[in-house]
Design a protein around this ligand. Structure first.
Ligand SMILES: [Cu+2]
Length: 161
């Protein structure tokens, strides 16, 4: 009797697959940084997808121009709710102590239900470096943090609709 118990084999398989998926997520995250710019500047609305898995934003950095409506599509693959709250440090400090259970009234503060997708559209007026964070208990400490850089206007001038 030298056959491997089925349980052992299956556990090893699962571990191997998890490692692969983790590497793939990292690769996609890095590709996401390059893909944040629109293919053709000034060609219309900008859509940026931010997948969420294992309590992390799989796109940890986003770069957008000022003065353009940017639609964020937040896809939550986890079996628990998450948040996407973008802003400066003052915004995050307020939310660390906040008590709002669900965010729906501000485009920069979104709750994404377990297994769900949320969409929000934001036009950033001022250049700067902001962060997006999930402020559900323990999620920021676990690493559910991303960076959003707002650069100057497209083509170096005011944008026309
Ligand atoms: Cu979260």
């Amino acid at each position: 009797m030298t056959s491997t118990p089925a349980g052992t084999s299956s556990a090893r398989h699962r571990l191997g697959r998890f490692g692969f998926v983790g590497g793939l997520a990292l690769a996609l995250g890095l590709a996401g940084i390059a893909a944040a710019w629109p293919d053709a500047p000034g060609s219309g609305p900008l859509t940026i997808e931010i997948p969420i898995r294992y309590s992390h934003y799989e796109r940890p950095e986003v770069i957008v121009p000022t003065g353009v409506a940017v639609t964020f599509v937040l896809r939550n693959s986890d079996p628990i709710d998450h948040e996407w709250i973008v802003g400066d440090e003052a915004v995050h400090e307020r939310h660390r102590a906040g008590t709002e259970p669900v965010h729906a009234s501000r485009p920069t503060e979104v709750t994404i239900a377990a297994g769900g997708t949320a969409t929000t559209t934001v036009t950033f007026a001022n250049p700067g470096t902001y962060r997006y964070i999930c402020h559900l208990p323990g999620h920021e400490a676990y690493g559910m943090v991303g960076t959003l850089r707002v650069t100057g206007p497209l083509n170096g001038g005011p944008t026309a609709e």
